[in-house]
Design a protein around this ligand. Structure first.
Ligand SMILES: Cc1cc2nc3c(=O)[nH]c(=O)nc-3n(C[C@H](O)[C@H](O)[C@H](O)COP(=O)(O)OP(=O)(O)OC[C@H]3O[C@@H](n4cnc5c(N)ncnc54)[C@H](O)[C@@H]3O)c2cc1C
Length: 361
């Protein structure tokens, strides 16, 4: 492999692929490396689907999600693949008012519904109170999204582990299991392993991320199948969520931040019975459209920050994006633009300052 590049991206999950694509689109000679394969079992980006929503309790996130939607649509056009599948969403729970306000402030369409109205329109979900209908939500075909991003990365090498980085102020040396590579810049998108890769690099503060091993369950429709299920998110309380799985008839349910602490390479796929029981109870109480007994489960690592805001920052010739805290997928191509702007210094589309590491003091 060539020993000098413009940019080396560490990690070929959602963020690394998006960064690689955005850098290549800027004409850079970029190499993306992953220790395993795209979408492998232990990656946070694996699996078939994610929720794309505009609804956040903060208008800056709502605006970012709207921009990300534009970029996903561009990727759909370029790749000829459908990534966002339009699906109505019901949001409810104690945090609802903040979500509705932020959406209104950012000019995102949303509609407040009484509990009864929501039940009439979406009998498969019990909201237990008023709900906001988010008409621009989508199910993201996550595996298709990864494939489309990967196809736009000219040089992607899997099975190559980055063991260390060094930055002498002029260039970066990337030490790998296949030899050293020098580059004008490195972009670290190694999920929960980013923290260890950057620890000790001069000028870098500690990255306070902690992984957890989350679990989702897949449910089949109730015996008396009704109208199509919407996406749902409960803001507050058990922080549960659900979405239809494209092309399967199944419904995926999870609990945001429900899993135990884990190591950065956690990959134990055995179901956690306590989490299975919790999801079964949520389905029995709130999802009359589903049979509450899961047909299967899946485990997946969250890379968490203390405040659930992402980490996107740069010191010298090294940039990082990690700490996506279980809600990063929807922003995929926008992460790419932000990182390419940092790495090239073109400042075309910079990340919000709230994602800098200096916020941790
Ligand atoms: C159960 C679950 C549900 C989710 N639901 C949603 C949702 O509905 N909506 C949403 O927006 N987001 C959701 N997310 C979050 C979203 O999936 C993640 O934020 C995103 O996929 C993280 O991508 P990443 O590229 O940072 O990490 P990863 O996909 O983990 O990629 C990191 C890559 O770096 C590689 N790597 C690590 N160390 C090295 C090294 N030293 N050398 C080379 N390669 C290395 C790894 O092999 C890995 O492939 C969910 C996440 C989970 C787990």
């Amino acid at each position: 492999m060539p020993q000098h590049r413009d940019d080396v991206v560490v990690g070929a999950g959602l963020l690394g692929l998006a960064a690689g694509r955005a850098l290549a689109a800027r004409g850079r000679d970029v190499l993306v490396l992953d220790q395993a394969t795209v979408g492998h079992q232990g990656a946070g980006s694996k699996g078939g689907c994610r929720i794309f929503r505009l609804g956040y309790p903060d208008p800056e996130y709502v605006r970012a999600a709207r921009r990300a939607a534009e970029l996903w649509r561009q990727l759909e056009q370029e790749s000829g693949r459908q990534i966002l599948i339009s699906t109505p969403q019901l949001s409810f729970g104690a945090g609802l008012a903040d979500v509705q306000l932020a959406m209104q402030q950012a000019g995102a369409p949303c509609q407040l519904m009484a509990e009864r109205e929501a039940a009439e329109r979406f009998p498969g979900v019990r909201t237990g109170g008023p709900a906001v209908l988010e008409p621009e939500s989508c199910v993201t075909a996550a595996d298709t999204a990864l494939a489309a991003l990967a196809a736009a990365v000219p040089d992607l090498r899997t099975g190559v582990r980055v063991t260390a980085l060094a930055d002498d102020g002029r260039r970066v040396t990337v030490h790998t299991t296949e030899g050293d590579i020098t580059a004008r810049s490195a972009v670290v998108c190694a999920g929960p392993s980013s923290r260890a890769l950057l620890a000790g690099l001069p000028g870098w503060p500690a990255i306070p991320t902690t992984p957890t091993l989350e679990q989702v369950a897949y449910l089949r429709p109730a015996a008396a199948a009704g109208p199509a299920m919407p996406i749902f998110i409960r803001h507050g309380g058990d922080e549960s969520y659900g979405l239809p799985v494209p092309g399967t008839g199944q419904y995926k349910v999870g609990v945001h931040h429900g899993g135990p602490p884990a190591g950065p390479d956690a990959n134990d796929q055995r179901p956690d019975q306590a989490l299975v029981d919790q999801i079964t109870a949520i389905a029995a109480a709130s999802l009359p459209g589903c049979d509450p007994a899961p047909v299967s489960t899946e485990r997946c690592v969250y890379d968490n920050t203390p405040d659930e805001d992402f980490v996107i920052d740069q010191v010298g010739n090294v940039a990082v994006a990690c700490g996506t805290s279980g809600h990063g997928f929807k922003f995929g191509p926008l992460f790419g633009e932000w990182l390419a702007s940092l790495a090239t210094g073109d400042h075309a589309e910079l990340p919000p300052g709230r994602f800098k590491l200096s916020r941790f003091g």
